[in-house]
Design a protein around this ligand. Sequence first.
Ligand code: EVA
Length: 608
Amino acid sequence: MEKSLLYPRQTASRRVVSMNGMWKFQFDSESTGIASDWENGLPESVSMPVPSSFCDLFTDKDSREYTGDFWYETDFFVPGEWMGNEVLIRFGSATHKARVFVNGLEVGQHVGGFLPFNVRVTEIVRYNQYNKLTVLMNNELSETMIPCGTTKTLSNGKKMSLPYFDFYNYAGLQRPVSLLMLPKETITDFTVNHTLSGKDAVVDYTVTTNGNHEVSVTAKDESGTVVAEASGTKGSLLIKDARLWNVHQSYLYTFTVRIINGNQIIDEYFDRIGIRTFEIQNGHFLLNGNPVYLKGFGRHEDSDIRGRGLDLPTIKRDYECMKWIGANCFRTSHYPYAEEMYYMADEEGFLVIDEVPAVGMMQSVTNFLAANRGNQIKETFFEKETTPQLLEHHKECIREMISRDKNHASVIAWSLLNEPQTTHETSAPYFEEVFSYAKELDVQKRPCTFAVIMMSTPDTCKCWQFCDFVSLNRYYGWYMLGGYQMSDAEEAFRKEMDAWGRIRGDRPFIFTEYGADTYFSEHKLPSVMWSQEYQDEYLDMNHKVFDSYPWVQGELVWNFADFQTTEGIMRANGNKKGIFTRQRQPKDAAYLFKARWENMPVDYKCGK
Ligand code: EVA
């Protein structure tokens, strides 16, 4: 049951108590916390909100840039009535590593900063009393974990993170933490897969439990009417005249799973799930059998002050902006987002390409810049001594992501890496492993892809064939042939596209990134790079190219909003390629997109 990644829900048999709030916090730069018994309480803590990244809350630079071990602490009450049941603590995420202690005893560990995990504390907690939770965390980057990077020690002894990626290495307890009460015999997993037959839908399901009692599954429509019922741990629900989930037209059925013993409910879990199919056929994405062109964004979980901490008002504002502009899709670049983001996508009818945190798999400072260098380095990224360990962790993240997100109607595809090194044959076996692993795990057999870096071209890329659809990150007119060279950029771009066209077979292509850094404050006529005018010209050129290749079946611009990165000469307090500012106000380009996307039919370029 610790392994179960079901969403925390209150039901007839389950209790969820939020542990969010103001916790205690302390840096442990010498890693002496354990030797000093900090698991029993932090000696000199400061207050720290959960959920939030810790970084941008401080006013001094050492705290913001802190790299190493750090601790959280809180006290929590366990109701006496829970005795005889199972008690767990669920972390929405802990970035990037965590060791969890309750009342001074270690109860669990987790590696990987963007997926949930549970620790079981049934025998350790004191009932009807307060208990102490402490968490020892670490935010150092390495090449054995994703996202990849390294840690440098400055001559003053302080550590700093050197990400191989272009987003700030925010850390902390960035997502909700909950106290769960579950029955001893419990539902640990629930999986659905949909097929359509005429006006009806068949939902094949599997339920996993840790016991032997009977299992029942009920589907209710949005009015609360039961529309189908079945029993057994595996079965099918026939839903007559099914209301399908669609882009911007969501419809969610409530599936309730029970373990029963006669009339007694032993355990109950429910989820609101849209019924839809998604597949690729003849070079098109088909949602419920109908072609759909993907339009939207690469994004980040990123906002002022809270960093990558879950912030529901920001999520709400983001969906409003995405609807306003006419988008229908986004990629969770470069890591799986908080679960609340996917539930909202289900409700709003957005398509999500769900990305595992496999970014920085190229030896470089930030892989957007030193791509060429990365590709030229002698030692290839996927044949290092550390590769087996990295692969194992990467697969574990894929397993956790698919297990967590597999039932969301909004999730249409898995992105298994972002901009890895692909120009050497030694990359291929690694890719083969991760692609076949994802395929094997996902009952819905969603298409899989990875985002292909600029320097991985039709003649150099050894791995694009693993993709069911190819996702290109391209910056013609920005990193390459920018400014007055725009016409040459267009020519070079078309040349590359023509080459892809010759080898692609019938795979659809999408752009998972294209964009230009743009200052909200900057206007210039005629344009210069970084001005709002230039962003528009850059986008117009790119769209002209996309529009002339019918097999380009989607465009996800980089980025939805300006976002924080590590400081450096290439970034002026963050990446400014946002179509919206970090405060979610539109740049001029937002109106360009609104005009383009609102006038695009859903089946753009695939009209029947
Ligand atoms: C950029 N380019 O240069 C972006 C990065 C992104 O932020 C990329 O995938 O190729 C990366 O993370 O703005």
